[in-house]
Design a protein. Structure first.
Length: 287
């Protein structure tokens, strides 16, 4: 995306599922001297939760803004924009927030807003011009001015989803996702399978990647079978892990003990269907 918009992009790359340490990030900032560091807290293709709490101060010490993607983690994992000195954070509403797709919540620090306001080149997009959107939002108490039309249906749906989060409590929501992810991971290991993210501290509390055992010739048939027979859909792998992992998403209103046990039960049946015999597991939900 950066390259398409004319940015000079330097990629920091690790093998899939391996998090970056703050020292590695700091070294890269000193070497490349970027204006912006973009990082995903939630890497859903591998099920990785990337630590970001130290990156804001490191970025600012190196005259760099920090942009964080929380699409698959917002509402499921702790995130503190101000405390962690994050400049821009954006997310999506269809995952842990439990709303429809179509909205992208976004927030800007004062440092980021100053940078945007002082830019010397024109924004290429009309709809995504942040300065004009801020006028429509009435930021800083300015008189609101129409910019473009939002979907009232989506906004009302988001309002209801946020009211449900407020009723539950954000800390309790984090705890619920953490507990059900641990339940899922324990169940997968009891089946004799290996989790792609080895260290529990780096496991995303919404998406879990499971290593496909050697000898399984058509892993995609498990997904198709579970969908056809049980109406339960497991996520297909994304490059470069196609044919190497299965993915199970437990998030939002689906992050419950019942749904987790149901997923494990269906997944076990799918393994049997493709000819893989899992170890005995304590699966409570009935097929």
């Amino acid at each position: 995306m950066g390259t398409k918009n004319g940015a000079i992009v330097t990629k920091l790359e690790h093998p899939p599922g391996v998090p970056f340490s703050s020292d590695e990030v700091e070294k890269a900032l000193k070497e490349h001297k970027p204006h912006v560091l973009y990082v995903a807290q939630s890497e859903s293709s591998t099920g990785l939760l990337q630590p970001v709490e130290k990156l804001g101060s490191i970025c600012h010490q190196n005259n760099c803004l920090l942009v964080v993607d929380t699409v698959a983690s917002l509402g499921a994992a702790p995130f503190f924009m101000d405390r962690w000195e994050v400049d821009v954070v954006y997310s999506a509403t269809q995952k842990a927030i439990s709303c429809q797709t179509g909205l992208a919540p976004i927030s800007f620090s004062s440092r980021a807003r100053e940078k945007i306001a002082s830019r010397k080149t024109k924004v290429q997009s009309y709809v995504f011009d942040v300065n004009k959107n801020m006028v429509q939002w009435g930021v800083d108490g300015v008189a609101k001015k129409y910019h473009h039309t939002y979907s009232s249906t989506l906004l009302l749906s988001l309002r209801e989803a946020l009211s449900m989060i407020a009723a539950e409590g954000l800390e309790q929501m984090w705890k619920r996702h953490s507990e059900n992810t641990k339940r899922l991971c324990n169940g997968i290991e009891e089946l004799g399978l290996e989790l792609f993210i080895k260290d529990p501290a780096y496991r995303l509390p919404t998406v879990t990647a499971i290593c496909i055992p050697e000898g399984v010739e058509s892993p995609g048939s498990l997904n198709a079978y579970c969908m056809e027979k049980h109406k339960v859909e497991f996520g297909a792998a994304l490059p470069p892990l196609v044919g190497k992992v299965w993915r199970i998403g437990i998030m939002g209103y689906n992050s419950t003990e019942w749904h987790t046990n149901k997923a494990l039960s269906v997944f076990k049946d799918g393994l049997l269907h493709i000819g893989y015999t899992p170890k005995a597991a304590k699966v409570k939900a009935e097929l």
